[in-house]
Design a protein around this ligand. Structure first.
Ligand code: AKB
Length: 316
């Protein structure tokens, strides 16, 4: 493997926390630079405090470490974006634009995640196809679609090697999500292992595409390591893991933690969820770079409960 040096923006977030560690294991501790707007509670990586809106500062970090790839995770998610559209647009668009311009200047490979938020009520709800299905209805979704097309533009016009997946809702035990519509699927596990009741902010039948974090990390690394010639999608690949409703995940947890209780009090996030689709056709990711998810709902729930229970014991 050539000596790659990787910069991760938004490294303190739900995906960044786990991705940095996975990249360190794969490429070596010294090859990974984690960055975020605030330092992490505990430093487990080479860290640079970095505001993605500050292009000069980002360029200095890229030069200082000889960065060859950027995993640009810094973004405002769907629910927080609806509460502050201007801020979401500014961070999601201008942050990406800075990354793309620096990628052009320094010939960097870029990972620019997109989301199922690119779909909308006009998209086919089942097996949502790769093409002709983007109809975003949130600021976050609009910024992700625009970001996908800016990526394609920089690829075609300047040869930037940009790669992307449309992440479903991500479920993880290592870190908490923040500001998303799919966050309930993590919160529900925390309540269950603590023996608490959970009040869900989505309706019991709100089926959404989801993915367990080991699958999401593997997809990210596999895509970034795939030979350039195999990448046929430069906007963003559809990516599917497992789809379920709040009632189904609650029932799965109850089968492993009897006595766990859930009630439903939908808030504004239900309206966002209703614009998204239920299942995704990810055949191009499977064909181009061999994508295949490993976790179904029961396996994911078992692993989440095991790991969160361990964390609870070691923190008490
Ligand atoms: C959110 O809920 O906003 C995110 C996403 C699906 O991109 N988890």
């Amino acid at each position: 493997m050539t000596k790659e040096r990787l910069l991760v923006t938004g490294a303190n977030g739900q995906i960044g926390t786990v991705l940095v560690q996975a990249l360190q294991e794969r490429y070596g501790y010294d090859q990974i630079v984690a960055s975020d707007i605030k330092p992490p509670a505990e430093e487990h990586a080479i860290f640079e405090k970095l505001d993605v809106l500050n292009k000069t500062q980002m360029g200095e970090v890229i030069k200082k470490y000889g960065i060859t790839q950027v995993f640009h995770l810094a973004a405002i998610l769907s629910a927080k974006g609806e509460q502050n559209p201007k801020m979401a647009w500014d961070i999601n668009m201008n942050g990406l634009f800075n990354v793309l311009e620096l990628a052009k200047e320094y010939q960097l490979r870029v990972f620019n995640p997109s989301s199922i938020a690119v779909f909308g009520t006009e998209s086919p709800r089942e097996q949502t196809p790769q093409y002709r299905s983007v109809h975003p209805e949130t600021v976050y979704g609009i910024s992700k679609v625009a970001g996908e097309y800016w990526g394609l533009y920089f690829h075609k016009k300047f040869g930037v090697d940009i790669r992307s997946v449309r992440y479903p809702g991500i479920i993880s035990y290592q870190s908490l999500p923040g500001g998303g519509t799919t966050d309930y699927a993590v919160e529900i596990f925390h309540a269950a292992v603590k023996g608490e009741h959970y009040q869900c902010f989505l309706k019991e039948d709100a089926r959404l595409p989801m993915m367990y974090i080991p699958d999401a990390i593997r997809a990210t690394i596999d895509l970034m390591e795939a030979p350039e010639a195999s990448i046929s999608v430069r906007t963003s690949y559809n990516l599917a893991g497992v789809s379920f409703t709040p009632a189904e995940i609650a029932a799965e947890i109850q089968s492993q933690i009897p006595g766990f209780t859930v009630s439903y009090k939908p808030d504004f996030r239900q309206a966002i969820a209703e614009t998204w689709t239920e299942t995704i056709d990810d055949s191009l990711a499977r064909r181009d770079w061999g994508w295949k998810p490993e976790y179904d709902l029961p396996n994911m729930a078992r692993d989440m409960i095991k790991n969160l229970s361990k964390q609870l014991v070691s923190s008490s």
